[in-house]
Design a protein around this ligand. Sequence first.
Ligand SMILES: C[S@@+](CC[C@H](N)C(=O)[O-])C[C@H]1O[C@@H](n2cnc3c(N)ncnc32)[C@H](O)[C@@H]1O
Length: 220
Amino acid sequence: MKISKRLIEISNFIEDNTNILDVGCDHALLDIYLFENKKNVKIIASDIKEGPLEQAKKNISKFKYPIKVKLGSGVDPIEEDIDTVVISGMGADTMIDILQNGKDKLKNVKKMILSPQSEWKKIRECVVSLGFYIEDEKLIEDNNKYYLIIKVAKGIKKYSNKELAYGPILLENKSQDFRMFYEKELLEKRNILTKISKYKIGKRRLIKRKIKELERLVKE
Ligand SMILES: C[S@@+](CC[C@H](N)C(=O)[O-])C[C@H]1O[C@@H](n2cnc3c(N)ncnc32)[C@H](O)[C@@H]1O
C-alpha cells in the first residue's frame, strides 16, 4: 500500500501493540498502512460522513483486513479498550470541538496523534488544558505544503507562550523544515507590511512585532 509522506510520518508516531481510533479516516489509507506495518494493532476507522466511510470500506475490503469501520462524530465511536486516538487533516476549530466535546470519552486514552491543518498554538493549548503533554512533534514538508504532527500523552506539563506557539520539541531541534516554514512566514509578513498604509499604526506595530519574533526564531 502506497501512501503520502505525510501519512507515513503520522504512522511513525503510532506505536506497536495499541488499540487505535482514527477519527475522520476518509479513505482509511492510513489505517490499512498501519495494519500492514505495525505489530499487534486493533484499528477502528471512523468518519462523520457516509460517503468517505463507503470508500474506506471498499479500500479495506480489497485486503480483507479486520479493521472495524464506524460512522460517528469525533470520538463518539470510541470503545473501552482504545488507548490511541489519531485525528489528522482537519482544521483546528473542528479538532478542538472534537477534543473538548469528547473529553469524558478520552479517559482511557493514553496517547493522541494530531495533525491539524491550522492554528497550531490553539491545538497545543487545548491538549494541555485537557491534561495531555507534548511527547513528540515534527514539522514536515510534503508536496510543497507544511504539516505539523503532534504526539501527546496523558500528563501535566507547563509550557511558555513561545513553546505553545512554536512547539517545545520543535524549538529544541529546529529542523531544516522548521526553519524553511518560518522563513517563508517571515517573507509573507514582510510582504504584508509593505501593503499596510502608514496611517494604520496599530496594525503596522503588530506585524512589525511578529516580524521581529520570526527573525529571532530563524536566527537563533
Ligand atoms: C481531509 S479528510 C482527512 C482524512 C485523513 N484523516 C487524512 O489525514 O488524510 C477529513 C475527514 O474528516 C471527516 N470529519 C470532519 N469532521 C469530522 C468529525 N467531527 N468527526 C469525524 N469525522 C469528521 C470528514 O468527513 C473527512 O472525511
